[in-house]
Design a protein around this ligand. Structure first.
Ligand code: PMP
Length: 433
């Protein structure tokens, strides 16, 4: 089996995963390097997916590969037994926190996936508070295990299955392009946060104080929507006043994606729990929960799991941190972000089909509006297809898949990024005019 078509057909026949990415991107990958992916016939694509935000330094970064090769000879799997590479990974991650937080935060390795970290956070907060309800946000995505899926408001992953964790309450998110309260952003007074404020402060609200509030600071799968700064400030204020731990899910926003190592740094808040996964393992699976030691109520054995000691992921993740420091990758994120907004924002006024260009750092979304003939989700799918034919991989997301999502490698060069943006802008113009 050596061709794109043969591999796609084989997968379609045997695997349910054929119903996700390959449904829209008929691609089989031969190999990849940097910001480029090569299909089985040698066609090259610019990669604005980065393995769903995992490959912060693109494919096969030499420093990351060297670190993995070196670690291969020492140890690959270590359960939760101490090793030098694990200790260094822990130390460096605590070091990435703002100085005021370093001493009071602790670390829990959660397993290979982001959803593992979400489950750990929910259980930790429930144990520490003795409460059972959890507040999450409309449009949020936290994963596909039972608890994480219950906290996910996007319907696609859970349409066919009844809610697997009771006691989840969804609050409106500050999604100003399509305000859930139908208010105008100029005069709304960030009213979307008022429901949480009253629920947490008014004993007559008929609402049981929750064990946690879980929030994405930029909703990723929900459509690359940065939370309003005032919204975040007030969520923090209300949760602190009510003694409710605030969990920020930085699984997608973390590791520099938004232009700072953690997105919460840009909001001037201090969360009680921070969840990381995706890019922190340099492309290998690992997830991490940083949490306030005041929540440290677990006994030995309270929360375990076999795959919490992926030494290769620790080594690869340390190489990522080194490259971030040495090459000032965060500066590149900010420069490329400005480049993207300069290239794409004019489409908002040029085309009635482009509702909003938004995002933070290199987590960027272009939300489309429908036309009388075609709905916005269909248009977005068509733009994605035209981009693919033009040699660019992009993702779609949002409430009805109407948002074109850009998650390029964080070290992408100005020239490659410009070429990708050009393919995208041309595809949007051609498809939606
Ligand atoms: N939280 C967020 C914000 C995510 O974006 C994702 C993955 N897209 C997850 C949790 C779940 O991570 P995983 O797919 O590794 O379980």
């Amino acid at each position: 089996m050596h061709g794109n078509t043969e591999l796609l057909q084989f997968q379609e026949h045997h695997e349910s995963s054929a119903r996700t990415y390959p449904r829209n991107l008929p691609l089989a990958i031969q190999r990849a390097f940097g910001s480029h992916v090569l299909d089985m016939e040698g066609t090259s694509y610019i990669d604005f997916l980065s393995g769903a935000g995992v490959l912060a330094l693109g494919h096969g970064h030499p420093r990351v590969l060297d670190a993995i090769r070196e670690q291969l000879d020492l140890l690959t799997h270590g359960l939760d037994i101490p090793t030098p590479v694990k200790a260094e990974f822990t130390r460096r991650h605590l070091q990435m926190l703002p100085p005021g937080m370093r001493d009071r935060m602790r670390v829990h390795f959660c397993g290979p996936t982001g959803a593992d970290a979400v489950e750990a956070a929910v259980k930790l907060c429930k144990t520490a508070t003795g409460r059972s309800d959890v507040v999450a946000y409309q449009g949020g995505y936290h994963g596909c295990t039972a608890g994480a899926m219950a906290l996910t408001s996007l319907v696609a992953p859970k349409r066919q299955v009844a809610n697997l964790m009771p006691g989840v309450h969804f609050m409106p998110y500050s999604y100003c392009a399509q305000c859930p309260l139908r208010l105008s952003p100029d005069s709304c007074d960030v009213n979307c946060v008022a429901l949480l404020e009253s629920a947490l402060s008014d004993s007559h609200a008929g609402f049981t104080t929750p064990a946690a509030v879980i929030l994405e600071l930029v909703q990723g799968e929900g459509g690359s929507i940065p939370a309003h700064p005032e919204f975040v400030r007030r969520v923090r204020e209300a949760t602190r006043a009510a003694g409710v731990p605030l969990v920020v899910d930085e699984i997608q926003t973390g590791a520099g994606r938004t232009g700072t190592w953690f997105a919460f740094e840009q909001y001037g808040i201090e969360p009680d729990v921070i969840l990381l996964s995706k890019a922190i393992g340099g492309g290998l699976p690992v997830s991490l929960m940083l949490y306030d030691q005041a929540l440290d109520v677990w006994e030995p054995g309270s929360h375990i799991g076999t795959f919490r000691g992926n030494q290769l992921a620790f080594a690869a993740g340390l190489a990522v941190l080194d490259v971030f420091e040495k090459e000032d990758v965060l500066a590149n994120v900010r420069a490329r972000s400005a480049q993207a907004f300069a290239a794409l924002t004019p489409l908002e006024t040029e085309l009635p089909t482009v509702l909003q260009v938004r995002g933070k750092g290199l987590m960027i979304g272009v939300e489309l509006a429908g036309t009388p003939a075609v709905d916005a989700g269909e248009l977005a799918r068509e733009v994605q297809r035209v981009c693919f034919e033009g040699g660019l991989l992009i993702e779609r997301g949002g409430r009805d898949d109407r948002v074109l999502r850009l998650l390029p490698p964080l070290n992408i060069s100005e020239e490659t990024f410009a070429r990708g943006l050009d393919i995208l802008a041309t595809a949007v113009r051609e498809t939606t005019r």
